[in-house]
Structures are given as C-alpha cells and as structure tokens.
Design a protein. Structure first.
Length: 78
C-alpha cells in the first residue's frame, strides 16, 4: 500500500472578507479591531441559516472568536 499526505496550511484572509459562524450563518466582515483584548468585527449578515437571524443584521462588535474564514462562494441578486 502506498499513501501520501499533503498538509495545506490555510492562510488567514485579509479584511474585508466572508466569514462563517458556528451556526453556519455567512457574514461580510469589513473591519476588525481589538478592544480590551477581544477581536471584534464590523460586518453584515448576508446568508442566515439560523431561524432567529435575518439578512442585513449589522454590528460593529461581532466576537470574531466565534467566526472562521468562509471558503465558499456567495451569489447576490435581486
């Protein structure tokens, strides 16, 4: 048997970028900043999965420890 493992190191994408939270909601994050040791993000919810979330929810204080970079594609239309 022959095996090969290739490890890919994921590089953190710069802001602005798409991010996904623990529930699967996708956000457009515009800025990040550190406040009292916490990484906070300014962003807009663009694809809600949670039933209590709504498109367009905006905050300047999303807790970025609850998000990771989104590697998929999002298509916007009217």
């Amino acid at each position: 048997m022959k095996t090969k493992i290739t490890k890919q190191t994921k590089q953190t994408k710069p802001f602005p970028k798409l991010m996904i939270d623990e529930d699967g909601d996708v956000f457009f994050m515009m800025l990040e900043r550190k406040v009292s040791g916490e990484q906070l993000g300014t962003g807009l919810l663009i694809h809600p999965v949670s039933t209590f979330s709504r498109v367009g929810a905006y905050s300047e204080s999303w807790d970025l420890s609850l998000f990771k970079d989104f590697d998929g594609t999002v298509e916007l239309s009217n």
